[in-house]
Design a protein around this ligand. Sequence first.
Ligand SMILES: Nc1ncnc2c1ncn2[C@@H]1O[C@H](COP(=O)(O)OP(=O)(O)OP(=O)(O)O)[C@@H](O)[C@H]1O
Length: 295
Amino acid sequence: MGAQDRLVGQRYRLGRRVGSGASGTVWQAYDEVADREVAVKRPRLPGGPADETYRRAAHRLYREARAAARVDHPAAVRIHDVVVEEAGPDGLPWIVMEWVRGESLREALRRGPVAAPEAARIGLAVLGALRAAHSVGIVHRGVKPANVLLGPHGRVVLTGFGTDHVPGEEPLRGAGPAADLRSLGVLLHAATAEHATTAAGRTTIAEPAGPVERTAAEQAATATERATTAAEGSAAGPLGPLIERLLAKDSGRRPEAEQFAEEIAEELAAVVGDRRRGPGPAPDRKEVIGFNPST
Ligand SMILES: Nc1ncnc2c1ncn2[C@@H]1O[C@H](COP(=O)(O)OP(=O)(O)OP(=O)(O)O)[C@@H](O)[C@H]1O
């Protein structure tokens, strides 16, 4: 794409491209004014700026990125700036975020699934970020392991706000806060999947990246299927029933979603608390490898 070294907004020098997917491209970049590393995301839209639908979608991305910058939560990526270049031909924003050192949950899952208490800790952080976003009217729509960053000091950061879009459309019906919670269920299921299948005594090849690299709309479409899978895997541990509830829930109404999110937060906190209280294996081993449903 040849964007490397480009100076965006007269201060953000694009460096290494860290990822590129359906929703856009992310670069590691350098803020030459503040003298620090940042991440810069350029969303992608199908079509072109000659098209009215495209221009409206681009403007909506801009508004949503600015709104996402107001989300204030330790687990929500900090958006420093949203740049639209005046001379830019397409009106697409450059979204400038804090650079989170570490790896994404997608990368971590390549080494194998996560033990239930650690998945609960990650889930609780992501849920906190989502609730903070929902409270200011923002729906994430792209909750998946690639967008969950595992930073230094155990920090969990949800990135990718407001960029996962169905172009040309206002947010889908059913793609409100409840859809984000359902996606959290898919995420938790994917994070612990191999444990579920192993504990149930079946030989299944884990597919950590498989069911989770989808848009919220696709996730919603397969929610029932996932609910069945989660139910089968509920022997896997304390997260089974909770995942099942997240996936089965299909009310899009705000107050209900809020109440539901609060209940889920309490349940996740209890699972995290079990790890803190319980005996169990050494923490580093338990987080990456082992999960024994009987402990
Ligand atoms: N603030 C950030 N700091 C560090 N890495 C980030 C940051 N934001 C996103 N990333 C990483 O950039 C990569 C690309 O993200 P991006 O959202 O473009 O693609 P994706 O989510 O993998 O795919 P898709 O575009 O299909 O949704 C992701 O793997 C993500 O982990």
